[in-house]
Design a protein around this ligand. Structure first.
Ligand code: PLP
Length: 359
């Protein structure tokens, strides 16, 4: 056998691996997965039927242009078709945005800690990550992010609400920030949790993009719409950006099942958003419960809560798991806990209470 191996790009060294939320342990008496910000509700019967029917044709390639879904989105958001692009989840679209804008020597700015896909997709393209620490309140430091812009900056992610802290940036500060960003730098508003926002001061990215050709809004069907397993997300942006997304898309990436499920979900929006409303009520109950126990919990507008536990992060995750809920630890920093089924949230609150007493 040859001593040499195929030459890979230098960037392949040291790419952080994406850590999927741990699955709930099989075989235990109860096991709930609160580690991936998934929607705990099972598929709506109508959506499931649509997908099942579409499955009869999976010997065929999907509609590569996602025409049905694009038309539906265009109408729903009041944006031209030329401003839309779909992808394999919004992570897929985010990766295409980096591919289209940034290569070796270019810089991508984002808050840290934020969504763990950002450093991975940045490094894959050979660009350099510029991580701007969150404020002491775990919020994006937009002034520091604007200060970090150089002539190498190509793209800036603003994750609103931020994963994993759940915190938001509001209209005035976001508009001030956008006014400071040069027009040739793309700002990506990652709004994966948009439907969970109840703070009226958090602007809708789709409103902000309209008179800003350097803003791109990312949305997904994975969270509020409960289609995480089907991989479909989309972007809204002006034509050069949206066109670049259509060019960089993996051909036939979004399956027909995903396309039909997304259309059916948009049509069943009332019911799905009703479920989101219930999860938001649960979120309030969880946050209030934690605060009553004495925890400091940042204001969350997403379907998860963040506890900054520092060195106690891993032990906390372990006791949660023993009690039947799997959460997402970021060792040395804190835990992100998805708002899930009522029973799961109850277990989590109980564990948090016991842990708090031991501190
Ligand atoms: C979950 C999540 C996404 C969505 O991922 P999909 O690829 O659409 O499943 C995007 N951005 C953030 C910040 C997320 O937390």
């Amino acid at each position: 056998m040859s001593e040499t191996s195929p030459k890979l790009r230098a960037e392949m060294e040291g790419i952080p691996t994406y850590k999927p939320g741990k699955p709930a342990a099989a075989g235990g008496p109860v096991a709930y997965k609160l580690s991936s910000n998934e929607n705990p509700y099972p598929p709506l019967p109508g959506v499931l039927e649509t997908v099942t029917a579409a499955a009869c044709n999976f010997n065929r390639y999907p509609d590569m242009a996602c025409s049905g879904l694009m038309n539906e989105l265009s109408e729903r958001f009041g944006v031209p078709l030329s401003h839309l692009a779909t992808g394999t989840g919004s992570v897929g679209v985010a990766q295409q945005l980096i591919q289209a804008t940034s290569g070796p020597g270019d810089e991508v700015i984002y808050a840290w800690r934020s969504f763990e896909a950002y450093p991975i997709i940045t490094q894959i393209s050979g660009a350099t990550s510029v991580q701007v620490p969150l404020t002491s309140g775990d919020v994006h430091d937009l002034d520091a992010m604007a200060d970090a812009i150089t002539d190498r900056t190509r793209l800036i992610f603003v994750c609103n609400p931020n994963n994993p802290t759940g915190t938001v940036v509001r209209r005035a500060e976001l508009e001030r920030f956008l006014d400071r960003v040069p027009g040739d730098v793309l700002v990506v508003l990652d709004e994966a949790y948009r439907e969970f926002i109840r703070d009226p001061e958090v602007p809708d990215g789709v409103g902000l993009y309209r008179d800003r050709p350097n803003v791109c809004v990312l949305r997904t069907f994975s969270k509020a719409y409960g289609l995480a397993g089907l991989r479909v997300g989309f972007a809204i942006a002006y034509e050069p950006v949206a066109a670049a997304l259509r060019k960089t898309a993996v051909p036939f990436g979004v399956s027909q099942l995903a396309q039909e499920a997304a259309i059916a979900s948009l049509r069943a929006e009332d019911e799905l958003l009703g479920r989101v409303g219930s999860l938001v009520c649960e979120r309030t109950r969880v946050v209030d419960g934690l605060r009553a126990q004495g925890w400091t919990v940042p204001e969350t507008q997403a379907n998860f809560v963040w506890l900054r536990l520092g060195e106690r992060t891993v032990p906390f995750a372990e006791v949660c798991e023993q009690a039947g809920v799997v959460i997402r630890p970021f060792p040395g920093e804190g835990v992100r806990v998805t708002v899930g089924e009522t029973e799961a949230n109850d277990i989590f609150l109980k564990v948090a209470e016991g842990f708090r007493k031991e501190l």
